[in-house]
Design a protein around this ligand. Structure first.
Ligand code: IMP
Ligand code: MG
Length: 175
C-alpha cells in the first residue's frame, strides 16, 4: 500500500483549470481543427476532460513512449512503443501530457511528431515540475506549476496504481 500524504488539487480545482485551458485553446484555434495527441498512459484522463471542453473540431490520437535508464538523467533512452495512426501532415497538432518532469519525453516526442510535418505543433501540460527540468521544452498551454514531489491520480500512477484517483495527490517518492 502506498501512502497518500496530501491532496494537492481536488477534483473541482482540476476541472476548472482544465476548462480554462480548453477555452484558451478553442480561442487560439478558432476556425481551425486540431489534432490532440495524448501521451499514454498518463494523459488519458486529462485528455478525456480537455477534449470535452474544447469547442472547435477536434480529432484525437494516442502515442506511447517507453524510457530506459535512470529517470533522473536527460540521457535517458526513449522509444515509441505505440505510434499515432492519424495522418497529421498539414494539421494543427497539440501534444498533450499530464506532467512534464525532466522534459525528456516531451522533447523526444516533439522531434518525432515534427518529422510528420504538421502545419503547427504546440504542447499542453496540466502539471509542470519545473525545478526538475533537464531539457528545455516549451509548454504552450501550462496548467499548474508544482514542487518536486511525486504525485498520483488523474491518470498519473505510482507502480500502475492510483490512476483512477479523481484528485491529484502527493505520495512518498517510490524507490
Ligand atoms: P519526463 O520525461 O521526465 O518529463 O517525464 C514525464 C513522464 O514521467 C510523465 O509523462 C509521467 O508519466 C512520469 N512522471 C513524472 N513525474 C511524475 C509524478 O510525479 N508522478 C507520476 N508520474 C510522473
Ligand atoms: Mg508512470
Amino acid at each position: 500500500m502506498i501512502d497518500i500524504q496530501e491532496i494537492l488539487f481536488d477534483e473541482q480545482t482540476i476541472i476548472e483549470k482544465v476548462r480554462d485551458m480548453a477555452v484558451r485553446i478553442s480561442k487560439d484555434y478558432a476556425g481551425k481543427e486540431v489534432v490532440l495527441i495524448s501521451i499514454l498512459k498518463g494523459a488519458a484522463v486529462f485528455t478525456a476532460d480537455l477534449m470535452r471542453h474544447i469547442s472547435i473540431p477536434v480529432m484525437v490520437d494516442y502515442v506511447q513512449a517507453a524510457s530506459y535508464g535512470a529517470s533522473t538523467t536527460s540521457s535517458r533512452n526513449i522509444v515509441i512503443k505505440k505510434d499515432i495512426e492519424t495522418d497529421i501532415s498539414g494539421r494543427h497538432v497539440l501534444l498533450v501530457d499530464t506532467i512534464i518532469d525532466t522534459g525528456s519525453t516531451m522533447d523526444y516526442l516533439i522531434k518525432k511528431i515534427r518529422e510528420k510535418r504538421p502545419a503547427s505543433l504546440r504542447t499542453v501540460a496540466l502539471l509542470d515540475k519545473r525545478s526538475r527540468r533537464q531539457v528545455d521544452v516549451p509548454i504552450d498551454y501550462p496548467g499548474f506549476t508544482i514542487p518536486d514531489r511525486f504525485v498520483v491520480g488523474y491518470g498519473l500512477d505510482c507502480k500502475e496504481q492510483y490512476r483512477n484517483l479523481p484528485s491529484i495527490a502527493v505520495v512518498a517518492k517510490p524507490a
